[in-house]
Design a protein around this ligand. Structure first.
Ligand SMILES: Cc1cc2nc3c(=O)[nH]c(=O)nc-3n(C[C@H](O)[C@H](O)[C@H](O)COP(=O)(O)OP(=O)(O)OC[C@H]3O[C@@H](n4cnc5c(N)ncnc54)[C@H](O)[C@@H]3O)c2cc1C
Length: 372
C-alpha cells in the first residue's frame, strides 16, 4: 500500500454488536478506528438477549465484563415439549440475559473509552478501493470492515455475496413484566416453531418466537404454546413487538483485498442456537489479530472455525423443527437420558469438544432418538 495517505486505519460500516466488538478489538491492536451507523444509539433489534457463558468469555477477552447486575442470570437451558421438559446446566459459569439496548450502550461506552470514533445517523452509501462514501463526504481507510448486518451492502460491493443458504425463519420478540418461571432459558418446542424465554431481570423476561410461519400477531403465535400463554396472560408488556428474519447462511469467503466482513454480514446461524453474538465477539478478536498481521486470510480460517460448531448445532435443531418425529423422539430421549442433553449443552458452549463427545456419543444419541 506504499505511501498512500489514510484518514483512518480501520473503518467499520455498522455499529451494532459485531461492528463495535470489531472496533474495540482493532483499537486494542493500536489501530485508529472509525465506526459509522445509519441508526442512533442505543440501537435495538429483535433478539432473544441471552449471552451464554461462551459469549461472556469472549466479551471478557475483549476486556469487557458484563455482570449479573446488568440483567437476569440463567444456569442452563431447558427444553419443553408437549410431553414434558428436560434441563441441562452449563458445565461452568452462568448466562446473562441483557436488554439489547443496554448491551449496545455498554459496548459503545467501552469503545469510546478506548478512543474509537463514532458517526451515528450516518449511512455509508458506497465503497471504492480505499474510499468510503459517508454521508456527503469520502473517508480514506486502510482496512474496511463490513458489519452492516444480514442485508449487508458492503458484502455486495466487495463481491462477497456467494453463499450457501439453508433456511430462513421469522423471529419476533417482546418483553414482559413477569418473574422468570425458572433460572434457565426455556425453549418451548411446538409444531410451528419455538419460543424461548430469557430472564433479563428479577421481574422481566424476553420472549422470542421463531417460526417458518408468519402469525397475524405475537399473541396468536404464543397461543401455540398453551403453558406459556397462560403465564403471560396477565403479564404487562413492556415493549412493542420487534421482528427480524433469521437465516442460516454460509459465505464462500469473508474477505477480499482489504475488506473483511463480520457478524451477520459474514454469514449467520439460525437464532435458535443463541450463538450469534458469541460468534461475532470471537470473530472480532480473530479479525484484529489478522489485521495486526496484515493478512486477512488468517481471519478467513478463524472465521470458518468459529462458525462450524454453531452451524452443526443449528442444522440439528432445524431438523428437530422440521420433523415432528425427530422432535418428539429427541425430546423423549433427552428426558430419559438428561446426562446426554447435558453433554450436548457442554459441546454447544464449547466446554466439550465435539470430537470428545465422539462418534460413540453421536451414535448413542441417534440410537436413543430411534428407540424413544
Ligand atoms: C429473533 C432473534 C433472536 C436472537 N436471539 C439471540 C440470542 O439470544 N443470543 C445471541 O447471541 N444472538 C441472538 N440472535 C442473533 C443476534 O441478534 C445477531 O447475531 C446480532 O444481532 C448480529 O449483530 P450484527 O452487529 O452483525 O448485526 P446488526 O445488529 O444487524 O447490526 C448491523 C448494523 O449495521 C447498520 N447498517 C446497515 N447498513 C448500513 C449502512 N449502509 N451504513 C451504516 N450503517 C449501516 C445497522 O443500522 C445496524 O445497526 C437473535 C436473532 C434474532 C433475529
Amino acid at each position: 500500500m506504499g505511501q498512500e495517505q489514510f484518514d483512518t486505519d480501520v473503518f467499520v460500516v455498522g455499529g451494532g454488536p459485531a461492528g463495535l466488538a470489531a472496533a474495540i478489538a482493532a483499537r486494542q491492536q493500536g489501530f485508529s478506528v472509525m465506526v459509522a451507523d445509519s441508526a442512533t444509539p442505543p440501537i435495538d433489534k429483535a433478539c432473544g438477549e441471552g449471552l451464554m457463558p461462551d459469549a461472556l468469555l469472549a466479551l471478557r477477552q475483549l476486556g469487557l465484563s458484563v455482570g449479573s447486575g446488568e440483567g437476569g442470570t440463567f444456569q442452563g437451558i431447558k427444553f419443553i415439549g408437549p410431553e414434558g421438559g428436560v434441563l441441562a446446566r452449563f458445565p461452568q459459569g452462568e448466562g446473562i440475559g441483557i436488554r439489547r439496548t443496554l448491551l449496545h450502550q455498554t459496548l459503545l461506552e467501552f469503545a469510546s473509552s478506548l478512543g474509537v470514533q463514532t458517526l451515528w445517523n450516518t449511512s455509508v452509501s458506497g465503497v471504492q478501493d480505499a474510499d468510503v462514501r459517508v454521508g456527503s463526504g469520502v473517508i480514506r481507510t486502510r482496512w474496511l470492515i463490513g458489519a452492516d448486518g444480514q442485508h449487508s451492502r458492503v458484502r455486495n460491493w466487495a463481491g462477497l455475496s456467494a453463499a450457501r443458504e439453508q433456511a430462513k425463519r421469522i423471529g419476533i420478540r417482546r418483553h414482559f413484566q413477569a418473574a422468570p418461571l425458572s433460572d434457565f432459558v426455556e425453549i418451548y418446542w411446538g409444531a410451528q416453531g419455538q419460543v424461548y424465554v430469557t430472564p433479563i431481570g428479577k421481574k422481566e423476561i424476553c420472549v422470542a418466537l421463531i417460526s417458518r410461519k408468519k402469525f397475524p400477531s405475537f399473541e396468536a403465535g404464543i397461543a401455540q404454546f398453551p403453558p406459556l400463554a397462560r403465564h403471560l396472560a396477565n403479564a404487562q408488556c413492556t415493549t412493542r413487538v420487534r421482528g427480524s428474519i433469521t437465516a442460516s447462511r454460509r459465505l464462500k469467503s469473508v474477505f477480499r483485498g482489504r475488506v473483511a466482513l463480520i457478524g451477520e454480514a459474514s454469514g449467520s446461524v439460525d437464532a435458535i442456537t443463541g450463538e450469534g453474538l458469541a460468534m461475532a465477539f470471537r470473530q472480532a478478536i480473530a479479525l484484529s489479530h489478522a489485521l495486526a498481521a496484515g493478512d486477512l486470510s488468517l481471519y478467513q480460517a478463524a472465521h470458518r472455525q468459529t462458525s462450524s460448531l454453531p452451524s452443526f448445532m443449528a442444522q440439528s435443531m432445524l431438523l428437530m423443527d422440521r420433523s415432528p418425529w425427530v422432535r418428539q423422539n429427541a425430546l423423549r430421549a433427552f428426558t430419559r437420558k438428561p446426562a446426554l442433553f447435558e453433554r450436548l449443552l457442554s459441546v454447544h458452549v464449547g466446554e466439550l469438544a465435539l470430537r470428545d463427545f465422539g462418534i460413540p456419543g453421536i451414535l448413542n444419541l441417534g440410537w436413543q432418538i430411534l428407540v424413544a
